[in-house]
Design a protein around this ligand. Structure first.
Ligand code: UDP
Length: 238
């Protein structure tokens, strides 16, 4: 399960979708896809609309969140289109029913698509407000029996300090769920999503999408990003 934030589709733009960036994301996914792995992608909407920030400006929270979910459907359509352009078979499913533009999310159908070699792009997160697509990714990863939830971020993994501000920041190679949830300076994913992954033993890999062949290398089991799990101790990269 790949969780890709909406901002990855923005490229250099301040807002919205840059078709070239969408193609770049699709090409990254293709590198992993061609290694014979089944892939589901949960796409975010932050490049277009975030419910929480809109609610702070006066739109009722649940309404704003539904607007955010609609943004993820637009991104899902863009990503589906880009994947198809480069020859990766793909189906878009939405947790909000929108039969004219996307299949509705049906768990067994999503699994079947993957078995048939199609990438499944999942839009509208969980389909309910007050959560984000991180939680949608954790939930869908569990119900689709994914092996790992891979969250793409701006830096390659989780660091002990903000690497943008501190030159001596060090990357965690592995991290316990407890540390990922409890350490105040680690804000990598929604706590709800991490808690769900922890309780159900779903490992999370935090990595940078646009850095060399990161996604492919991660799929091949190389040391990429930070692995968060119940089966590891917290260790920094040496
Ligand atoms: N959202 C929601 N329920 C969900 C998933 C998303 O209400 O299950 C809304 C929420 O308002 C969120 C917006 O959709 O801010 C866009 O998703 P997100 O912020 O997760 O996008 P990302 O940061 O991954 O681009």
């Amino acid at each position: 399960m790949l969780k890709i934030g909406g901002e990855s589709l923005m490229g250099e733009r301040p807002y919205g979708i840059d078709p070239q960036a969408a193609l770049d994301v699709a090409n990254n996914i293709k590198q992993a896809y061609t290694r014979n792995v089944e892939i589901a992608v949960v796409i975010g909407g932050g490049n277009i609309f975030r419910g929480l920030s809109a609610s702070k400006k006066g739109i009722e929270r649940a309404t704003a969140d539904y607007m955010g979910m609609l943004a993820t459907v637009m991104n899902g359509l863009a990503l589906q289109d880009s994947l198809e352009q480069i020859g990766v078979p793909c189906r878009l499913q939405s947790a909000l029913q929108m039969p004219a533009v996307a299949e509705s999310f049906i768990r067994r159908k999503a699994i079947r698509h993957m078995e048939k070699g199609r990438v499944v792009v999942l839009a509208a997160g969980t389909g309910v407000p007050y959560v984000t697509t991180d939680t949608g990714a954790a939930l869908h990863a569990l119900e689709l029996h994914c092996d790992v939830l891979m969250k793409a971020t701006k830096v390659n993994g989780i660091y002990d300090k903000d690497p943008a501000k501190h030159k001596n920041a060090r990357r965690y190679s592995t991290l316990t769920f407890r540390d990922a949830i409890e350490k105040d300076d680690i804000e990598v994913m929604d706590t709800a999503a991490l808690a769900m992954a922890k309780e159900n033993d779903m490992p999370v890999l935090v990595y940078k999408l646009f850095e060399g062949d990161n996604l492919k290398n991660a799929v091949l089991g190389e040391d990429v990003g930070t692995y968060v799990g119940n089966d590891v101790e917290t260790t920094l990269v040496k």
